[in-house]
Design a protein around this ligand. Structure first.
Ligand SMILES: NC(=O)c1ccc[n+]([C@@H]2O[C@H](COP(=O)([O-])OP(=O)(O)OC[C@H]3O[C@@H](n4cnc5c(N)ncnc54)[C@H](OP(=O)(O)O)[C@@H]3O)[C@@H](O)[C@H]2O)c1
Length: 328
């Protein structure tokens, strides 16, 4: 099969290769998926770049945890009726050598979920990380019904879904940050009531004013290191700070405002969702997909042969949404 892979960490154009690898065969309890689309996330790019350490956990890694395709073979114990099913995948490259940037991947049958009819193929490559991260950020710690919610990066791969999920799950007001007018429009189209450019000096004041001075009940944060001061200025007492990213490895937080606000600081990583949380998020996602109420912000579709460009786009932070690689 044709696959993208790397055998040492480093810059995309130095280490990513395209070549033939043996077709994988499903083991017991696994399915084999003929990939159509492979989703590229910042996490895949950081792993390839070596930010998780100078050595790889496997001699060769086919990158990307997210993807969409069709089951074409099953291992022992998996019903043959699943052959032909359109599926979306999660955690394909988390703790595993064989991700989705290849013509085939084998993985546990439980990590290949039926894609509801009518959902575009390439959207299925955006669920495992972006959509489930966004859903968990709004579901955790009691959910967002009746809340004022601030979503950082309302046009980002995760943020764009988070705005929609907050809206769909009953938030009273959804606020978002985004830099350019085009990104602000994306966040507004996703359902944000108020969108503010986080780079402007008066951003915190604008956000607070938009809440009539009340502050927000929940912040869905993609870069706590960069946005801590803004977040602290706009949260109301008892707010939940749902943090899924940081632009810096280390950062400082001031003790007094946090204790005075009695803030709940919730860090999480989507790869480690507990089974009950994952099941709840997947159930809701499928419900929204079947109702056809979600927009998918696919910014770039890149052929597998241009895998380096796909990684560099994600690395730049300027893709303006999800980057998906066409495999078939
Ligand atoms: N914990 C987890 O499980 C998990 C899951 C998914 C992602 N992540 C992490 O979350 C981060 C975002 O992921 P993503 O896939 O959504 O990335 P993305 O699609 O590249 O989105 C990043 C967006 O953030 C905006 N941005 C940059 N700095 C910002 C700031 N200080 N405040 C507000 N917006 C800012 C960028 O646009 P502008 O600056 O032009 O507005 C861009 O639109 C990454 O670090 C990723 O590794 C973690």
């Amino acid at each position: 099969m044709l696959a993208a892979f790397y055998e040492r960490p480093g810059p995309a154009r130095e280490v990513l290769q395209l070549g033939e690898l043996p077709d994988p065969q499903p083991r017991p309890a696994e399915v084999r998926v003929r990939m159509r689309w492979s989703g590229v996330n910042p996490s895949d790019v950081k792993s390839r770049a070596g930010s998780r350490g100078p050595t790889l956990p496997f001699p060769r890694i086919v990158p990307h945890s997210d993807g969409m395709g069709e089951i074409d073979a099953v291992g022992a114990g998996v019903p043959t009726g699943r052959i032909g099913e359109r599926v979306w995948l999660w955690n394909a490259a988390w703790g595993r050598a064989d991700g989705t940037a290849a013509q085939f991947t084998c993985l546990p049958a439980t990590q290949a979920l039926r894609l509801p009819d009518g959902v575009p193929d390439e959207a299925g490559a955006c669920f495992g990380i972006p959509a489930l991260t966004a859903l968990h950020a709004v579901l955790t710690d009691g959910g967002v019904a009746g809340q004022r919610v601030l979503v950082a990066a309302g046009a980002g791969a995760v943020g764009h879904y988070a705005v929609q999920f907050a809206r769909l799950l009953g938030a009273r007001q959804v606020l978002a940050t985004a830099s350019t007018p085009a990104k602000q429009a994306l966040a507004r189209d996703a359902g944000a009531d108020v969108v503010v450019d986080y780079r402007q000096p008066g951003a915190a004041d604008q956000l607070r004013e938009a809440t009539q001075g009340q502050g927000v009940d929940r912040i869905v944060e993609m870069d706590i290191a960069a946005n801590a001061a803004l977040d602290l200025a706009v949260m109301r007492p008892g707010a939940t700070w749902a943090v899924y990213g940081s632009g810096a490895r280390e950062f400082q937080l001031p003790f007094f405002p946090l204790i005075a606000q009695e803030a709940l600081l919730r860090f999480f990583i989507v790869y480690h969702l507990r089974p009950a949380d994952r099941a709840r998020a997947e159930g809701l996602l499928h419900d929204f997909l079947m109702r056809g109420v979600l927009r998918h912000n696919i910014a770039q579709r890149v052929p597998l042969r241009d895998i380096v460009r796909a990684h560099e786009l994600v690395e730049s932070g300027q893709a303006g949404g999800n980057v998906v690689v066409q495999v078939d």
